[in-house]
Design a protein around this ligand. Structure first.
Ligand code: PLP
Length: 346
């Protein structure tokens, strides 16, 4: 990831009208229990009203490739959140936008995309089928595709989305003067994690330990790193962590994470509801936090590793540790969030 790309992303996004730094909270109660110095929680639940860090990626890529013209039509295939960001980015710039979704994307998610004025096209089959249809029609109609997944011949636009994500680290470098020692990063295709690692390389003075967290049902980063090659896995059952339920890494993230990660952790769905409710009910912090199904995994993995003597020692987690977890989404799926809250409180 070129350093100038990261600087450009920050300069652009920080000038958007509704831009605000997202809060860096502290999980003070959890820090006492785990006997570490600090646990920082980057709260993305209010990011540009999209309720997720994804607002930084797709929307920024749309701005970069449109280069001020209104004469293009944007397209994308999505499982939900990325498409929302692209649709919002297109609406900001008054561009027409076509979003392709598979038959498995919920009506609630489709409605969220439509709210930003995009036309949503449903495709029979899974995410890959929706991507193929998007590519076919975009080629035919000369629409500009904005995907967040990179392949051998498609790197620039996904890199832009990752550059957008990296601004979280620029913000954190201004929000605390503590040196972060460990970062827990949730991964689907790895874009968020790689964008953060790129940000760390640019903005932090010391390099923390990087811990990747995935659903055990979709651990494509863990499996790829274990075998030292990009692995496509079979997802037998979709995880409740919907945005992270991916079967193959994106290429650029693979190139970054294979060298940058110190540890990969996979977690089950079991503790998601309890942790979502715990965040809301101040079990970990003095303030109530709205964290969705993809925000909880960082906290779960941190607790799990701290309860494992060997892992804790391997990662040097101790009373001097300043740990960062990324609260990457709020109640982006309102219906699911309510269900998780009530299940987690039982
Ligand atoms: C809402 C959401 N979507 C998707 C992802 C996965 O991001 P990526 O596919 O870039 O790894 C995450 C990661 O935590 C997430 O919180």
């Amino acid at each position: 990831m070129p350093s100038t790309m990261l600087a450009n992303a920050y300069n652009s996004i920080s000038n958007w009208k509704s831009y605000n730094i997202s809060p860096l909270l502290t999980l003070d109660k959890l820090k006492k229990n785990l006997k570490v110095k600090n646990i920082f929680y980057k709260d993305e639940s209010k990011r540009f009203h999209l309720k997720s860090f994804k607002a930084l990626g797709g929307a920024y890529a749309v701005e970069k490739i449109s280069k001020g013209t209104r004469n293009i039509i944007i397209s994308s295939a999505t499982a939900g959140n990325h498409g929302r960001s692209v649709a919002w980015g297109a609406q900001r710039l008054k561009l027409r936008c076509k979003i392709f979704v598979s038959q498995y994307v919920s009506d609630a998610r489709v409605d969220e995309i439509k709210k930003f004025g995009a036309e949503v096209i449903r495709v029979k089959g899974n995410y890959e089928d929706s991507l193929k249809e998007c590519q076919k029609l975009s080629k035919k109609n000369n629409w500009k595709i904005v995907q967040d997944v990179s392949t051998k011949n498609y790197k620039y636009i996904p890199q832009l989305t990752m550059a957008g994500y990296s601004i979280m680290i620029k913000e954190i470098s201004k929000q605390t003067n503590q040196y972060i020692t460990h970062i827990f990063l949730q991964a689907g295709v790895g874009g968020l994690a790689a964008g953060i690692v790129a940000g760390v390389a640019k903005y932090f003075k010391r390099i923390p330990k990087i811990i990747i967290v995935e659903p055990d049902k979709a651990d494509c980063v863990l499996q790829s790193i274990k075998d030292n090659k990009l692995k496509k896995i079979k997802i037998k059952k979709e995880s409740i962590m919907g945005g992270m339920s991916c079967n193959e890494m994106s290429l650029v993230p693979w190139q970054i994470l294979k060298n940058a990660s110190n540890c990969c952790v996979s977690i089950s769905d079991k503790n998601i509801a309890k942790t979502v409710a715990g965040l809301k009910d101040k079990k970990f912090s003095k303030t109530s936090i709205i964290g969705g199904e993809c925000a909880a995994p960082g906290v779960i993995a941190l607790i799990g590793l701290c309860n494992n003597v060997q892992a804790k020692k391997f990662l040097n987690i101790d009373k001097k540790s300043n740990i960062l977890v990324i609260g990457c989404e709020g109640n982006a799926d309102v219906k699911l969030y309510k269900q998780l809250l009530s299940k987690g409180r039982k």
